[in-house]
Design a protein around this ligand. Structure first.
Ligand code: ASP
Length: 324
C-alpha cells in the first residue's frame, strides 16, 4: 500500500512539473526573410523591429490567454504587422512597377480546412481581415482586384486611398530597381508577415499578408494568398505561413507539401519544414517558413541570412530573433 502511494505521489509530481505536457496554446510569427546582416542594420532599427514583433506576440498571446480562437489571434496579430510601416504588408508594402501598392493575403482554419484569400487589393487597410471575411461570409475561397474590393464594401469595410500604404523607404527601393533595370521582380526581399496559432481548444489557424515583390508587373500574384503554397493549416498536422520568392513556393506547393510529409511520412514539424526548405534551396529559391503543430512544437526555418520571427507559448517560452 505504501508503495502504491509512493508511486502515485511520484506520478503527480512528474505531471505537475510540466514534463510531457504540451502548452495550452502557442503562437508563432514572421515578418519576412531575406538578405540581412547585423552590420547593415543599425541597433535602433533592429530594436524597432524587435519592439513591433514583441507587440504582435503580446496581442496574439492575450487573445489566446483569454480563451479567444486561433483565427482571432492570427487576424489580430497580423493587423499589428500590417499597420506597422516596417513590414511589406499593409502600410509599408512594396511598390509595383507602376508605382502603386497591390496587397495579397490569406487565412486558413485547420479545424474545417475552410480558407479565404484576396489578391491585388488597393484600397482595404487590413487585407488579412478581408481574407477572413471571404472565408466566413462568402461561398468562395479566393477573390481578386476590384471584385474583392466590391465585396469588402458590401461587407462594411471602409476603403482607404492607395497612398495610405506608401512609405519613402519602399518608394526608394522601386526607384533603385527601375534605375538598375535588373530582373523584373526582385529586391526588397523581406517584410511579408505571417502568423500561426494553436488555441486552448486545440485548433490551429494560419495567415499571411504581403505587398508581394518590388517592381512586380502585369498583376503578378505570389504565394502568400495561394492556399497550400504560402499558407496552410490542418489540425491533423500543423499550420504554416511562408515568406520568400513566391514563384518557387507556388511551384513546390510549399506549405501543403510540408503538411503531407507530416501526414504520410510521420515527419515531425521541424524536420518537415527543413526538408521543404532544402527542396527550395535545390531549386534556387530563397525564403523561410514558420509553423506549429497541435502539441505547440514550433518551427522557424529559412535559407536566407535572416528572418524576422518570434513565438510565444502558454508555458512562458518565448523567443524573438532577426538573424540566423
Ligand atoms: N512571398 C512573397 C511573394 O512572393 C514575398 C515575400 O515573402 O517576401 O509575394
Amino acid at each position: 500500500m505504501r508503495q502504491v502511494f509512493f508511486y502515485m505521489a511520484f506520478f503527480l509530481i512528474y505531471l505537475s512539473s510540466g514534463a510531457q505536457t504540451s502548452p495550452k496554446y502557442a503562437l508563432v510569427i514572421h515578418g519576412g526573410a531575406g538578405v540581412m546582416s547585423e552590420k547593415s542594420m543599425t541597433s535602433e532599427i533592429q530594436n524597432e523591429y524587435l519592439r513591433v514583433l514583441n507587440k504582435a506576440l503580446q496581442v496574439g498571446d492575450s487573445v489566446l490567454l483569454h480563451g479567444g480562437t486561433c483565427l482571432d489571434a492570427v487576424e489580430k496579430t497580423i493587423i499589428i504587422l500590417e499597420d506597422s510601416p516596417l513590414f511589406n504588408a499593409g502600410k509599408g508594402a512594396v511598390f509595383t512597377h507602376e508605382g502603386t501598392i497591390e496587397l495579397d493575403a490569406s487565412v486558413m482554419d485547420g479545424k474545417t480546412l475552410a480558407a479565404g484569400a484576396v489578391s491585388g487589393i488597393k484600397d482595404i487597410r487590413n487585407p488579412i481581415s478581408l481574407a477572413r471575411t471571404v472565408m466566413e461570409k462568402s461561398e468562395h475561397v479566393f477573390l481578386t482586384g476590384i471584385g474583392a474590393s466590391q465585396f469588402a464594401v458590401e461587407q462594411g469595410f471602409k476603403t482607404v486611398e492607395n497612398s495610405y500604404f506608401f512609405t519613402e523607404k519602399r518608394y526608394k527601393s522601386l526607384q533603385e530597381l527601375l534605375k538598375k533595370e535588373r530582373e523584373p521582380a526582385t529586391g526588397d526581399k523581406h517584410g511579408t508577415v505571417g502568423c500561426v496559432a494553436l488555441d486552448t481548444f486545440g485548433n490551429i489557424a494560419a495567415g499571411t499578408s504581403t505587398g508581394g515583390m518590388t517592381n512586380k508587373k502585369y498583376g503578378r500574384v505570389g504565394d502568400s494568398p495561394v492556399i497550400g503554397a504560402g499558407t496552410y493549416a490542418n489540425n491533423q498536422t500543423g499550420g504554416f505561413s511562408c515568406t520568400g520568392h513566391g514563384e518557387f513556393y507556388i511551384r513546390l506547393g510549399f506549405s501543403r507539401d510540408i503538411s503531407a510529409m507530416m501526414e504520410y511520412r510521420k515527419m515531425n514539424i521541424r524536420k518537415a519544414c527543413r526538408a521543404e526548405i532544402d527542396k527550395l534551396t535545390k531549386m534556387g529559391g530563397t525564403g523561410g517558413v514558420i509553423g506549429l503543430d497541435r502539441k505547440g512544437n514550433i518551427a522557424m526555418e529559412f535559407n536566407t541570412s535572416g528572418m524576422f520571427r518570434g513565438y510565444i507559448k502558454s508555458n512562458g517560452e518565448k523567443e524573438v530573433a532577426i538573424f540566423k
